[in-house]
Design a protein around this ligand. Structure first.
Ligand code: BGC
Ligand code: NOJ
Length: 815
């Protein structure tokens, strides 16, 4: 129990016990195409598929107070006006609780004998969200009150919505029918969709004009209509359409009323658009409201949300393991975060506005690694979508919009790590499913409309791209940047109005990346194994050759004496070397060289990890990205040196790359280190949330490091590659249950003092119940493996005979 809340592990909820958390603590609703962000005070917004192109409700980022705008309920009770979620009025409550659960948030607030519970969720496969609201009289006297709902509609294209007021102030249109508010801006012209905000109960009034409901000189903390206790039944013409319902209630002692609001995105499809001039055809909207007017239907939909999550999570569970933080992260929250990163990439969170960035090429490929076991079919489609944004020369659009699936021309390409990540995601998919047909699936190139090249063609193109674009040391050219978007070795920007990400001439540049070399090693090993599995030994041997060649280059060119050099700049000077004054050692090249198998036979891998331990690691915060931080701006390095020391890529703890080191420690057989490092960035293991500030249940992209003035402060939570990689590190490498092309590998690396643990894994239709025992106090090495009581050699459980549904595995460590 911390100052702000606690984990209810049984119910898979994080319970927030006071509304004034150090930062907004967010939950993510939705799994399919309709999504919502929801904070502990009901702040947030909703969108369909694409937070930029189909935003349904408004949210004001970086507002002060922070997190203001959302799914608000106001209670007017006598003279008092309050929100069950505390905000925006911030009227002190008698009781407050927010339960962030799997795809739902339940906020309960009480004041003067009245309790309001607001349960928000998005039913599976629906393009709508439900707020199930219960109002209870907990007092001994009859209570009269009015309850108001509130959302502010967004004009779908979020950037235009918040910048182009000369237009947007004149386009707003709504219709009202019974309890339903239809937001239909631009529906008359090119849009064939609208937003519906309805109530399952009879209402006593409504407002659709913000000026009428809130007032031009009032705020969401004192909306005019609520203060007056009465909606004005306003009709918005232009300006800012909102949706507000008024419900008057008289509740006897102990009495409760339950009803719901429904916020839906409705596509009109082939139906006629209008019933009459200016009167939209509302058939679909009416159908939706009819479907959910029944409370039992709503409750069924909520059960469906929970059941679906339980089914997904059952694919990988750790029923017993000595470490509580690892258990709750692996069993629940880390997988929840993997769902969010899969769906939203780096597009929309409390820190990503949904406008700047769509789906990232490298990001989404990595996100698949932690998601593919949950819904492999969706991962398959995503891999093909991503591949379709690659160009025929091997370069890739760095980002694409989820709605259009088209590459984003503003940012373009030239991030030379991008092509390789596709190999990792594809191999992960095939390992999970055994489905080789994905390799033959057509997913042409972005610069060749209509082309039907296969995924395997893309993979070959990716390998060839890296091989053919190398610099003076034989290492891969970096382009605009590699995984570290801020290592801009070709940028040379003196102009503050330029973006570090796309500025600079990369044609003919010499700057090289050791990280990409390491990633190439990893990808090549993956691909060679895949070819072997396919029976293509010639192809496997070809890739093995590339591997050997790159490995030789890395060992000859990139070993700095005690760690791997990070890069060579445009003048071929080393970056991340003992010869540098600052930025002597970087984490990514240690991680990827080790993961790629460099240093395995000559002791360098161990040394590289030890150097990380010595220079970068701090037990309380994790590993800083590099050391020492840059104290001044370096023209030849770019954005990495733009951040003040200890933040972001300039030696902040960038959680994502820490997870690679966790895997590195398991490869080195160091179970204590692996777990200790794992816990150093684990959000649920933080000691003081007034310092850490971010959510305890999901990873933050970065924590201010020991080299900053505010060490331990977490930032940019939810959308980070840490989600996927941390799950991979914990589930596949620490607990060591790892899918392979032809079986399930069991290869744990745990602290010696662990006596054992159990894992439940569904893999290719079979449920494996795995019990690992560690009688000799070892970290790594499988001594014996019993499959349904029969001893087998090695540590790969072969695929069982077809028809098998459950297999019992007993593992004893101690080889
Ligand atoms: C951030 C990076 C990010 C990049 C691209 C930079 O400002 O520091 O973490 O990858 O922007 O959006
Ligand atoms: C965040 C970006 O989304 C990711 O692509 C990048 O690798 C990291 N920042 C590191 O710069």
């Amino acid at each position: 129990m911390s100052t702000y809340g606690y984990f209810d592990d049984k119910n898979r909820e994080y319970v927030i016990t006071r509304p004034d958390t150090p930062l907004p603590w967010l939950n993510m609703l939705g799994q399919d195409e309709f999504f919502g962000l929801c904070t502990q005070t009901a702040g947030g917004y909703s969108f369909w598929k694409d937070a930029r192109l189909r935003r349904l409700t408004r949210y004001r980022y970086n507002n002060n107070p922070m997190d203001n705008d959302g799914r608000f309920l106001y209670v007017k009770q006598g003279k008092s006006v309050w929100n069950p979620g505390w905000k925006p009025t911030r009227t002190p409550l008698d009781a407050f609780e927010c339960r962030h659960g799997l795809g739902y948030t339940r906020i309960t607030g009480s004041k003067a004998g009245v309790e309001v519970e607001q349960l928000m969720f998005i039913p599976p496969q629906e393009n709508l969200e439900i707020w199930r609201v219960s109002v209870r009289n907990r007092s001994k006297t009859t209570q009269k009150l009015s309850l108001f709902s509130f959302v502010e509609f967004c004009f779908y294209e979020a950037l235009n919505d918040m910048t182009n007021y000369q237009r947007t102030y004149s386009i707003g249109e709504v219709e009202i029918e019974d309890s339903a508010i239809y937001h239909k801006t631009e529906y008359r012209e090119r849009r064939n969709h609208y937003t519906l905000f309805g109530c399952t109960r009879k209402i006593n009034g409504y407002d659709t004009s913000r000026d009428a409901f809130v007032g031009v000189h009032n705020g969401l903390h004192d909306p005019k209509a609520v203060m007056a206790g009465k909606c004005t039944n306003s009709h918005a013409y232009g300006w800012n359409p909102v949706g507000a319902h008024q419900i008057d209630l008289t509740l006897k002692p102990g009495q409760e009323e339950t009803f719901a609001f429904v916020l839906a995105y409705v596509e009109q499809g082939d139906l006629p658009k209008f019933d009459a001039p200016f009167v939209m055809n509302k058939t679909k909207g009416r159908e939706i409201l009819a479907r959910y007017s029944d409370l039992a239907a709503i409750d069924r939909a909520f059960v469906a949300v929970k059941t679906r999550w339980e089914e997904l999570l059952a694919i990988y569970q750790v029923p017993q393991v000595p470490d509580a933080n690892l258990r709750r992260m692996v069993n629940t929250w880390n997988q929840v975060q993997c769902m969010a990163t899969f769906n939203l990439s780096r597009a929309s969170s409390g820190y990503e506005t949904g406008i700047g960035r769509g789906m990232g090429y490298r990001d989404s490929n990595q996100d698949i690694l932690g998601f593919v076991h949950l819904l492999p079919e969706r991962a398959r489609q995503r891999i093909l979508d991503i591949a379709s944004t690659q160009l025929s020369d091997g370069t890739c659009f760095h980002q694409y919009q989820p709605l259009t699936k088209k590459g984003n021309a503003d940012i373009g390409g030239g991030f030379n790590d991008d092509p390789l990540w596709l190999i990792l995601s594809t191999c992960a998919y095939i390992r999970e499913t055994g489905d080789l047909t994905i390799l033959d699936a057509p997913c042409g190139y972005a610069d060749q409309p209509g082309s039907q090249q296969t995924l395997l063609h893309h993979i070959d193109t990716s390998i060839a791209y890296t091989l053919n674009n190398r610099g003076p040391h034989g290492l891969p050219l970096i382009g605009h940047a590699d995984w570290n978007d801020c290592l801009n070795l070709n940028c040379f920007s003196k102009e503050p109005n330029e973006s570090f990400q796309c500025t600079g001439d990369i044609g003919g540049s010499k700057a090289e990346s050791v990280m990409i070399a390491g990633l190439f090693l990893y990808a090549a090993r993956d691909l060679a194994a895949l070819y072997r599995f396919m029976g293509k030994s010639g192809e496997a041997a070809r890739i093995d050759g590339y591997y050997a060649d790159m490995l030789k280059t890395v060992e000859e060119q990139a070993w700095d004496g005690a760690w791997y050099t990070r890069a060579f700049d445009a003048e071929s000077r080393p970056v991340g070397s003992k010869t540098c004054e600052e930025g002597k050692i970087y984490i990514e090249s240690q991680a990827w060289c080790v993961l790629g198998g460099a240093g395995a036979n000559n002791g360098r891998a161990k040394k590289a990890l030890q150097a990380v331990d010595k220079y970068l690691y701090d037990r309380n915060y994790g590993c800083a990205l590099q050391y020492p931080p840059y104290s001044t701006y370096h023209l030849e390095l770019g954005e990495v040196s733009s951040y003040p020391p200890g933040y972001k890529e300039n030696a902040g703890v960038f959680s994502h790359n820490n997870t690679w080191i966790h895997i590195g420690w398991t490869m080195a057989g160091e179970g204590e280190k692996a777990l200790e490092y794992y816990l150093s960035i684990c959000p649920s293991a933080k000691k003081d949330y007034d310092v850490y500030r971010s959510e305890p249940y999901v990873y933050a992209q970065m924590t201010a490091s020991q080299f900053s003035p505010t060490p331990g402060e977490g930032k940019n939570s939810w959308l980070t590659g840490t989600g996927a990689w941390s799950f991979v590190a914990a589930s596949q490498h620490i607990l060591g249950v790892r899918p392979d092309f032809n079986g399930l590998i069991i290869d744990p690396c745990i602290p010696k003092k662990w006596k054992g643990f159990t894992v439940q894994r569904k893999f290719r239709g079979v449920t494996y119940t795995i019990a690992v025992k560690n009688p000799k106090g070892k970290s790594k090495g499988v001594k014996s493996l019993l499959v349904d009581g029969k001893k087998i050699a090695g540590n790969v459980i072969p695929l069982p005979v077809p028809g098998t549904t459950a297999v019992k595995i007993e593992v004893t460590l101690g080889a």
